[in-house]
Write a protein that binds this ligand. Structure first.
Ligand code: V0V
Length: 137
């Protein structure tokens, strides 16, 4: 099952500009940053609390025009793109949701932030929310 909210993902056009905005406006700081070529994103995890162990926001910027984030930006502009939950076992969690009739986007998990394993529930099967399942490394 779902353990907790892992992060909330926000699509942005430019990661460096967004990092500056969140830092200068909200005093949030970056706890992790990476490029994920398969997902076509440059992403940064940011946190409000000083030790970075509380809720995190994932800023997602497109690397390519055909990526999921580029398509989202074209359609909606910047804003909330996904809600991610931590799970212990992403395969088991995906199977449980499939058994309840939900469509998972990937047959088997793919690589997510910081070596995690991830899958997604189709937003049309989850009340209009792109739900991500994250099994941390
Ligand atoms: C699309 N739709 C959404 C949505 N994206 N609804 C809510 N939230 C979103 N983010 C709606 C869209 O408006 C359509 O509704 C409908 O879903 C189906 O759209 P589609 O044209 O069939 O599909 P696309 O091309 O818009 O793609 C949507 C999906 C795509 C979700 C299939 O974005 C995807 O594969 N996402 C998973 C990968 C991902 O998001 N990667 C970036 C983050 P109407 O118009 O028909 O009503 S990478 C990441 O999170 C990492 C690395 C990490 O966390 O570690």
């Amino acid at each position: 099952g779902l353990l907790r909210v892992d992060h909330v993902g926000i699509a942005v056009a430019d990661l460096d500009e967004a990092l500056t905005f969140y830092s200068e406006t909200f005093g949030m700081h970056c706890v992790h940053e990476e490029r994920n070529e398969e997902q076509g994103v440059r992403e940064a995890m940011i946190a409000a609390d000083p030790d970075g162990t509380g809720a995190r926001i994932q800023l997602l910027a497109p690397l390519r025009p055909d990526s999921a984030i580029a398509k989202f930006l074209d359609r909606n502009g910047p804003g909330l793109q996904q809600l991610a939950y931590t799970v212990k076992d992403v395969e088991a969690a995906s199977d449980a949701l499939r058994a309840r009739g939900l469509r998972l986007l990937y047959e088997s998990p793919r690589r997510g932030t910081a070596g995690s394993r991830i899958n997604f529930v189709h937003p049309k099967d989850a009340g209009g929310v792109l739900v991500e399942l994250v099994e941390p490394a």
